[in-house]
Design a protein around this ligand. Structure first.
Ligand code: AMP
Length: 559
C-alpha cells in the first residue's frame, strides 16, 4: 500500500525540480507503482483536490480549520501569527507548527486512509457538523508526520506549490499508461475528474467516444469557456463563419442535471449548489419530462421591478444552505438556458452548437423554460443593433457562438467569444500594501496581475486602491491575510487566488512591469468569487487591446 509519506516526499522533490519534462516523469513513475484505486486518489491529491471533482465543496474545511487543528495538537491555544508570516507559505507554516509537537508521529498513513478520512469529514452534516468536522480533521492530523501535515494542508486549501498543473498531470497519466497524449486529453475533457481519468488510463479503459457515455451517476462536466473579443467587428473577423449572438447575462453559471427523478445543480467551479437554488430544482423537476438531461445556463437575480440585479445580489444566494426560505422571498432568481450538454442520457458535446440549440429550444418549449435571447447575425449592422439592445436592457453584453462549434468542456475552444461594453479585465491579486490615513489597518492597495504565456505565470499590470467600499476593504483584508505567504516592508505577498474584475481608462506601455503594460486609472469593480486564477485575463488580451487603442480604434466597440 502506498504511503502518504511517499506522496509528500514526491511533492517535495517536484517543488525542487525545475525541468518540466522531469516533473512529468517523476509523477508518471510514482503513479506507475500504485494500485488502480491508489492511482485515482494520488492523482486527485496531486491536483490539490480532496474528493472527486464536484464533491470538493462538501468538505467545508477552511485554512483556518487546518491551522486551528495543528495549533491544538501542538498544545498552543493562540496560534502564533508570526509563524505564519515567516513561513514561505501556508503548508510550510503547518509543518513547522506540527514539529513543535515534539514527539513526531511516524509516517503511518496510507494514501487510501487519507481519502477515507476526507470522505468521512465530507459526510458529516447536521447541527454539530462544524465541530464534528474539526474533530475528525484533528484526529487525522494527529496521525500525520509534519511533512504529511504539510501535504494535508496543501490539499485541503488546494494550493500545492509543486509545479504540477492540470496539463502536466494529464501528460504524466498518458506517460504512465503509455497512451498518446491527445487521447488522454480527449478522455479528460469527457471525464472531468482527474482521479477517475488516471484509474481508467491504468485499466486501459479511456472513454473517448462522447456518444458511448451515458452518465450513470450525475457528475458535472467543466463548462465551456469564451475568449474575449473587443467588439462586434472583431467577432466577425475572429470567427469568420456563421454565428449566433446571445445576450450575456450577468449572473452565475449553472449546470443542471436531470437524471431519473433527481435534479442536481453545479456551479461554474463544479461545486454542487442544488440546495441553494430550490426554486430552480422545483422548476426543472416539474417541467422537464425527459430523462438524462444536462443543461447549461445562467441564473440571475431579479429586482422587484423584474429587471436583472447585480451579480453580488445573486452571490448572496450561492453556497447558502441555511435560511434559504427567507432568501427565496427576498432575492428571487430567474433561469436562462443557453446550451444542451446531454440529452436522453447521451452527451451532445460533439454535436454542433446549432444542433444543440435546436434540441434545447424544443425542450424549453415543451417545458416552458426560458432561453437566452438570440439572433443569427446576418450583418455587422444587425449584430451591432442586437448588442446595443442587450446593453440597453441591462445585460452585460453578448456572446458570439459559431454555429458549427462543438462544446469543449473546460476549454476556450475559440467557438465562443464574449463581447462586453464595459472596459474591464479579470485580474489576480498577487500582493497588497497596507494602507495609511483613512485606510490604515487595511490591505488596500492591490497589485494586479494578468496571466502570462507559461502555465501559472502571472505578470503585474498595475496597482489600485480604488473601487472597494470600507466594508469591502475589510473583507478583502481578511481574505488576503488568509492567503499571505510573505511580508516585506508595507507589502504583503499573497497566494494568487483572488480574482477581481478591474475597470480602467486605457492601457500604456510600461518598462516598469515585466508584462510590458500598465493599466491607467484601474478600479476594482467586484470580486469574482466564481473564478480561479486560471480564468483570469491574459497579457495577450491586454496587448491586443493596446494595439487597437494605438490604432485609434475605440476599445469601447467603435463608440
Ligand atoms: P466571463 O465570466 O466574463 O468570462 O464570461 C463568461 C460567462 O458568461 C460564462 O461562464 C457564463 O457564466 C456567462 N454567460 C452569460 N450569458 C451567457 C450565454 N448566453 N452563453 C454563455 N455564457 C454566458
Amino acid at each position: 500500500m502506498a504511503s502518504f509519506y511517499e506522496l509528500a516526499q514526491l511533492c517535495e522533490t517536484l517543488s525542487q525540480t525545475a525541468s518540466r519534462i522531469q516533473r512529468v516523469q517523476l509523477v508518471a513513475e510514482f503513479l506507475s507503482t500504485l494500485a488502480p484505486e491508489e492511482v485515482e486518489i494520488a492523482a486527485r491529491f496531486l491536483a490539490g483536490q480532496t474528493l472527486a471533482q464536484g464533491e470538493n465543496g462538501r468538505l467545508k474545511l477552511s485554512a483556518r480549520a487546518v491551522w486551528k487543528a495543528a495549533a491544538e495538537l501542538a498544545g498552543e491555544t493562540e496560534p502564533d501569527q508570526a509563524l505564519l508570516a515567516n513561513a514561505a507559505d501556508f503548508g510550510e507554516a503547518i509543518e513547522t507548527l506540527m514539529r513543535l509537537r515534539g514527539a513526531e508521529a511516524g509516517p503511518t498513513l496510507a494514501v487510501v486512509d487519507v481519502a477515507r478520512a476526507f470522505e468521512a469529514i465530507a459526510a458529516i452534516a447536521g447541527r454539530a457538523a462544524r465541530q464534528g468536522k474539526l474533530a475528525a480533521l484533528r484526529e487525522l492530523m494527529a496521525r500525520a508526520a509534519p511533512l504529511e501535515g504539510k501535504l494535508l494542508a496543501r490539499i485541503v486549501i488546494g494550493e500545492m506549490r509543486h509545479g504540477v498543473g492540470e496539463g502536466l498531470l494529464v501528460e504524466a497519466i498518458a506517460q504512465m499508461a503509455a497512451r498518446p497524449l491527445a487521447e488522454v486529453q480527449r478522455a479528460f475533457m469527457l471525464e472531468g475528474d482527474v482521479g477517475r481519468l488516471a484509474r481508467a488510463a491504468r485499466h486501459g479503459d479511456l472513454k473517448l467516444d462522447a456518444q458511448a457515455i451515458s452518465p450513470a451517476r450525475p457528475r458535472p462536466l467543466r463548462p465551456m469557456l469564451a475568449q474575449p473579443a473587443a467588439d462586434i467587428a472583431q467577432a466577425f473577423a475572429l470567427l469568420d463563419r456563421p454565428f449566433a449572438l446571445e445576450h450575456k447575462l450577468d449572473g452565475a453559471r449553472v449546470q443542471i442535471h436531470r437524471f431519473g427523478a433527481e435534479v442536481k445543480i453545479f456551479s461554474r467551479r463544479l461545486n454542487e449548489v442544488t440546495r441553494s437554488l430550490p426554486e430552480i430544482v422545483t422548476l426543472v423537476q416539474e417541467s422537464v419530462k425527459e430523462d438524462g438531461v444536462i443543461m447549461d445556463g445562467e441564473v440571475i437575480a431579479l429586482g422587484a421591478d423584474g429587471r436583472p440585479r447585480s451579480f453580488q445580489d445573486l452571490m448572496r444566494r450561492f453556497g447558502r444552505v441555511h435560511d434559504i426560505q427567507r432568501l427565496l422571498r427576498e432575492q428571487p432568481t430567474a433561469l436562462f438556458l443557453f446550451d444542451l450538454i446531454a440529452w436522453r442520457g447521451r452527451l451532445m458535446v460533439d454535436a454542433p452548437y446549432h444542433t444543440r440549440w435546436d434540441a434545447l429550444s424544443a425542450l424549453a418549449q415543451r417545458a416552458g423554460l426560458t432561453l437566452a435571447q438570440r439572433i443569427v447575425a446576418g450583418s455587422v449592422k444587425e449584430a451591432e443593433a442586437f448588442f446595443e439592445d442587450a446593453l440597453t436592457a441591462g445585460y452585460e453584453g453578448v456572446m458570439a457562438k459559431a454555429l458549427d462549434s462543438i462544446y469543449t468542456p473546460g476549454a476556450r475552444g475559440g467557438g465562443w467569444l464574449k463581447i462586453k461594453r464595459a472596459h474591464t479585465l479579470d485580474l489576480v491579486i498577487v500582493a497588497a500594501d497596507w494602507g495609511y490615513g483613512r485606510r490604515r489597518g487595511w490591505l488596500s492597495n492591490y497589485h494586479l496581475a494578468a496571466r502570462g504565456e507559461k502555465p501559472d505565470e502571472l505578470l503585474e499590470v498595475g496597482k489600485t486602491f480604488k473601487g472597494p467600499s470600507d466594508e469591502e476593504f475589510q473583507t478583502l483584508t481578511e481574505q488576503l491575510l488568509a492567503l499571505k505567504h510573505d511580508e516585506r516592508g508595507k507589502t504583503a505577498f499573497v497566494r494568487p487566488e483572488l480574482v477581481v474584475e478591474v475597470a480602467y481608462s486605457d492601457i500604456q506601455r510600461s518598462p516598469r512591469y515585466p508584462s510590458g503594460f500598465a493599466l491607467r486609472f484601474a478600479r476594482i469593480v467586484r470580486v469574482r468569487e466564481d473564478k480561479f486564477a486560471a480564468d483570469a485575463d491574459t497579457v495577450a488580451t491586454i496587448a491586443q487591446r493596446f494595439a487597437r487603442q494605438a490604432a485609434g480604434v475605440s476599445p469601447l466597440g467603435g463608440i
